[in-house]
Design a protein around this ligand. Structure first.
Ligand SMILES: [Zn+2]
Length: 469
C-alpha cells in the first residue's frame, strides 16, 4: 500500500482585483486564431502508448477572445491540445502581458482536451524522448521545440485579438443538450467496485449504475459586430471528454466539426471557440448503444443545440467587465523513495503490454509528481464577470462534473460558464467520494483528496465577490 500524506492547508495567496466599474463604457471584443499544428511525425498525446502523427486531419488552433471595457481587459485563449502545462502557460501569459499591458491574472490559457494533439509535456513525453535520445543520440520525433513555439503562438493569438478589438454586442445563455450525448463514465459494478469505462459488452450485465451525474448545459456566448447585425464568433462550453476521434491524424476532435457546422449558420469567417466544461468523469460512451458516436456526428449535434439556442439567448445589456484570480495551494499525493525508484524503472516498460494498465498510469503519475516538489502545488482559479448575469470561471486540471455543478448551483450569476484545463495540467481532480471509490481517474490524479473541494470553494468565493444580481 502506498503512503499518501498531505497538508490540509488552504491558502489564498493572491487576490487580484480590478473592478471594471465603468459600466457606461462600451464593450470591445477581439477574436483571433493561430495555427499550432505540430509537424507530421511529432508524437501524439491521449493514450499510454507511443503514437506518431501521420497526417493533419484538421489544423489545431490557439483561439483568443479578448473582452475590453474601458481600461479593463480579459483574455481567454483556448488551444486544441490535451492540456497546457504551467511552464508554457506562464511563458505565454508573461509575453501577452508585456505586449498588451493586460495583467497576467486577467489572462487564461486553456486546452480543449483533444486526444489527437501533440504529446509535448509530462513524464510520458520525457520517457519516450529519453529513450529515443539514448538509442539514436537525438529524438527524430521532436523536429521542433514545440513548447517554445506554442508559447509564442498563444501570445500571438492574444496580441492579435487585443489589437483587433472593436465595438461588439454579446448574446449569452445556457441551454440543455439532450441527455443522450454525454455520459458519466464511472460505474458501480455488481461486485461493489467502481470502474471507469467498463467493457461495453459482455460486461454490461455486471453494471449496476453510473455513480455520478452529467452536466447537460451548453453555455453559449455569441459575439455580434457593432450593434448586433452579424455574428462573428462564439464561445461554446460543454462538459464531455474530447476523445471521439482516435487514430494518428492530428485533429481538434468534435470541436472542429462544431465549428464547421456553426459556419454553415454564421458564415465562413465565424470563429468557434470551444471551452471544455468540467468533464473529468464524463465522456461520450453510451454503454447501451451498439456503437460509439464519432466526432463527425457529435460536432453537428452540439451545433444544432447552439443554433436552436440563438433565439433564446439574452442580449448582454449592461456589461460590467471585471476579473479576479486566486491561487490555492492544493495538497499533493506523496510516495516514498522506494516507490519512486520502482516507477522510474517501470517507465521503459510502459505501452509494451508488460504492466497492468493502472500500474502504467500510476508510474507516470509518480514521476510527474516529482516535478511539483510537494507537499502542495499552487493552482489558479479565475473568474471573469461579463455582466451581473454572466460570468466565466476557469479551473486547472480535469475537473469532476460534480464540482462544476456545485459551482453553478452556488453562483450568483444566472449564466456561469466553467472551463477546465486552464493554465496548468495537474491531471484529474476527483471528488473526495471518488477517491474513496477508486478507479482510473483517482489513480491518474496528482492531488490529494480534498484538493478539488478547495478549488470549488475558491471559485464560488470569487463569483460571490464579483456579485450577481
Ligand atoms: Zn481526460
Amino acid at each position: 500500500m502506498h503512503r499518501m500524506t498531505w497538508l490540509a492547508v488552504f491558502i489564498v495567496t493572491v487576490l487580484v482585483d480590478s473592478a471594471g466599474g465603468a459600466s457606461e463604457q462600451e464593450l470591445r471584443v477581439g477574436v483571433s486564431a493561430v495555427d499550432i499544428t505540430p509537424p507530421v511525425g511529432y508524437r501524439m498525446s491521449g493514450y499510454f502508448i507511443e503514437r506518431v502523427g501521420t497526417a493533419v486531419h484538421d489544423p489545431l488552433y490557439a483561439k483568443a477572445l479578448v473582452l475590453a471595457q474601458g481600461d479593463t481587459r480579459a483574455v481567454l485563449v483556448v488551444c486544441d491540445l490535451v492540456g497546457v502545462p504551467a511552464d508554457v502557460s506562464s511563458r505565454a501569459r508573461t509575453a501577452i502581458a508585456a505586449k498588451t499591458g493586460i495583467p497576467v491574472a486577467h489572462i487564461a490559457v486553456t486546452a480543449t482536451h483533444t486526444h489527437t494533439g501533440p504529446l509535448y509535456f509530462g513524464a510520458m513525453r520525457q520517457s519516450l524522448h529519453d529513450l529515443a535520445v539514448a538509442k539514436d543520440g537525438k529524438d527524430p520525433r521532436e523536429s521542433i521545440d514545440y513548447p517554445a513555439t506554442l508559447a509564442e503562438k498563444i501570445a500571438e493569438a492574444a496580441v492579435r485579438a487585443a489589437a483587433s478589438a472593436r465595438p461588439a454586442t454579446l448574446d449569452a445563455g445556457s441551454v440543455r443538450q439532450e441527455p443522450t450525448l454525454s455520459f458519466n463514465r464511472r460505474y458501480l459494478m455488481k461486485d461493489g467496485s467502481v470502474k471507469t469505462n467498463p467493457p461495453q459488452k459482455p460486461g454490461l450485465a455486471d453494471i449496476v449504475r453510473p455513480v455520478g451525474p452529467i452536466d447537460p448545459d451548453v453555455g453559449v456566448v455569441l459575439v455580434r459586430d457593432g450593434d448586433g447585425d452579424k455574428v462573428t464568433a462564439g464561445l461554446t462550453v460543454f462538459a464531455m471528454h474530447q476523445d471521439t476521434t482516435g487514430g494518428t491524424e492530428f485533429s481538434a476532435d468534435f470541436a472542429y466539426y462544431l465549428e464547421r457546422s456553426l459556419r454553415e449558420a454564421f458564415g465562413p469567417d465565424f470563429i468557434s471557440i470551444f471551452g471544455i466544461g468540467t468533464c473529468g468523469d464524463i465522456n461520450h460512451c453510451d454503454l447501451s448503444a451498439e456503437r460509439r458516436r464519432k466526432a463527425a456526428e457529435i460536432g453537428p449535434m452540439l451545433a444544432a443545440t447552439v443554433r436552436a439556442a440563438v433565439p433564446k439567448l439574452r442580449r448582454v445589456e449592461a456589461v460590467e467587465l471585471a476579473v479576479r484570480s486566486t491561487t490555492v495551494d492544493v495538497p499533493l499525493q506523496s510516495y516514498p523513495a522506494d516507490r519512486v525508484e520502482q516507477a522510474k524503472k517501470d517507465l521503459p516498460l510502459i505501452g509494451k503490454g508488460q504492466l497492468p494498465f493502472l500500474k502504467e498510469v500510476e508510474a507516470y503519475k509518480i514521476v510527474d509528481l516529482r516535478q511539483r516538489k510537494g507537499p502542495t502545488t499552487p493552482l489558479e482559479v479565475q473568474a471573469i464577470r461579463i455582466s451581473r448575469e454572466v460570468a466565466i470561471v476557469t479551473l486547472p486540471g480535469e475537473i469532476f462534473v460534480e464540482f462544476g455543478l456545485a459551482i453553478k448551483r452556488a453562483s450568483p450569476f444566472k449564466t456561469t460558464l466553467i472551463i477546465e484545463l486552464a493554465n496548468d495540467n495537474p491531471a484529474y481532480i476527483p471528488t473526495k467520494q471518488a477517491f474513496a471509490e477508486g478507479g482510473y481517474e483517482t489513480v491518474n490524479s496528482r492531488i490529494a483528496p480534498g484538493g478539488g473541494e478547495m478549488l470549488t470553494e475558491a471559485a464560488i468565493e470569487l463569483l460571490k465577490s464579483l456579485g450577481g444580481n
